[in-house]
Design a protein around this ligand. Structure first.
Ligand code: ATP
Ligand code: MG
Length: 266
C-alpha cells in the first residue's frame, strides 16, 4: 500500500518569543577585502528597547544593520535576532507600478492582505491612500508607507537606517512622534541609525556610537519623553558629539530637543 503523503508543515509567520534579548552579537567581525569594518563587535538590544546608533560616515552603521536584517551573510558567525525583522531605509523603496496597499503587503504571506495593509496604513495616517500610486505621495507620505510596510510584518526588531534624513524639519518631527507612537503600541526592539545627535537623544532609551568597528560610547537616556534640553541632556549631547569628533559651539546647542518638546506633533 502506498504511504499517505504527509501534510506540509505550516509556516509560522511570527515564531518569536516575546522575552529575552532581541539582539545579541559577540565578537562580530565584518571585512570587505582588506578593510575590517566591524571588528569583534559586541551588541545587545533588549526586547522592546529603543536604541539609536550614531557614527561617522563609513563607520559601518549600515553594514551592521544589514547584518541584523539578514540581508548580508554573517559569514558563519552567530547573530541572534528574532525572526520577525523589518527594515526602513532612507529611501522608501516603493515599487512605482504597484498601488500603495500592494507595496505594503509586498512579499507578505497570509490572508486578507488588503485589510492588513489598510490597518497598517491607517496607523500611519494613510488609511485614505490605499489605492494611490507611489508617484503621487509626498516624501513624508512615502516614508510613512515604508513604515506601514514594516509594521504589517509585526516585527520584533525594527531596523531604521536614517529613515528621516531626506525629510524637511517639520515632517521629521512628525515622523519622530509617529515612530514613538508605533513603538509604544507594538513594542518592537528598535535600532535607529541616525547622524542627528538630537534625534537620537529625543527618541531612544540608549544611544551608541560606532567607531573603528566597535561600540565606542554608550549613553542611557532615562528622561521621560518628550524630552527637554536640560543640563543633563546637554552634557550627554556634548559627550556624544565629542565621540563623533565634533566640538559643539554654544549657538548649536540643543535647539531641536527643545523644539521636539514644544512643537505640535499631531
Ligand atoms: N558591499 C561592499 N563592498 C565593499 N565595501 C563596502 C560594501 N559595503 C560597505 N562597504 C564599505 O564599508 C564601509 C562602511 O560602510 P557603511 O555603509 O556601513 O557605512 P555607514 O556608517 O552606514 O556610512 P553612512 O553614514 O555614510 O551611511 C565603507 O567604507 C564602505 O565603503
Ligand atoms: Mg549608512
Amino acid at each position: 500500500m502506498a504511504p499517505t503523503p504527509m501534510a506540509p508543515t505550516p509556516i509560522r509567520l511570527h515564531p518569536n518569543t516575546p522575552k529575552g534579548p532581541a539582539v545579541r552579537l559577540r565578537g562580530f567581525t565584518r571585512r570587505f577585502g582588506e578593510n575590517t569594518i566591524l571588528d569583534r563587535l559586541d551588541l545587545d538590544i533588549a526586547a522592546g528597547e529603543f536604541v539609536a546608533l550614531l557614527g561617522r560616515s563609513g563607520s559601518g552603521k549600515t553594514t551592521l544593520l544589514r547584518t541584523l536584517a539578514g540581508l548580508d551573510s554573517a559569514g558563519g558567525q552567530e547573530v541572534e535576532t528574532p525572526q520577525g525583522r523589518a527594515v526602513v531605509f532612507q529611501d522608501p523603496r516603493l515599487l512605482p507600478w504597484k498601488p500603495v496597499w500592494k507595496n505594503v503587503t509586498l512579499g507578505l504571506n497570509g490572508e486578507a492582505p488588503r485589510a492588513r495593509a489598510e490597518a497598517a496604513l491607517h496607523e500611519v495616517g494613510l488609511g485614505h491612500r490605499l489605492d494611490a500610486w507611489p508617484a503621487t505621495l509626498s516624501g513624508g507620505e512615502a516614508q510613512r508607507t515604508a513604515l506601514a510596510r514594516a509594521l504589517v510584518r509585526e516585527p520584533q526588531l525594527l531596523l531604521l537606517d536614517e529613515p528621516f534624513a531626506a525629510l524637511d524639519a517639520l515632517t521629521r518631527l512628525k515622523m519622530h512622534d509617529l515612530v514613538l507612537t508605533l513603538w509604544r503600541t507594538h513594542r518592537p526592539a528598535v535600532l535607529l541609525v541616525t547622524h542627528d545627535v538630537d534625534e537620537a537623544i529625543a527618541l531612544s532609551d540608549r544611544v551608541l556610537v560606532l567607531d573603528r568597528g566597535r561600540i565606542a560610547a554608550e549613553e542611557v537616556i532615562a528622561a521621560p519623553r518628550p524630552r527637554t534640553a536640560d543640563a543633563a541632556s546637554q552634557a550627554v549631547r556634548a559627550r556624544l558629539l565629542a565621540h563623533l569628533g565634533v566640538e559643539p559651539s554654544p549657538a548649536a546647542q540643543g535647539p531641536s530637543v527643545v523644539r521636539l518638546a514644544e512643537a505640535s506633533l499631531a
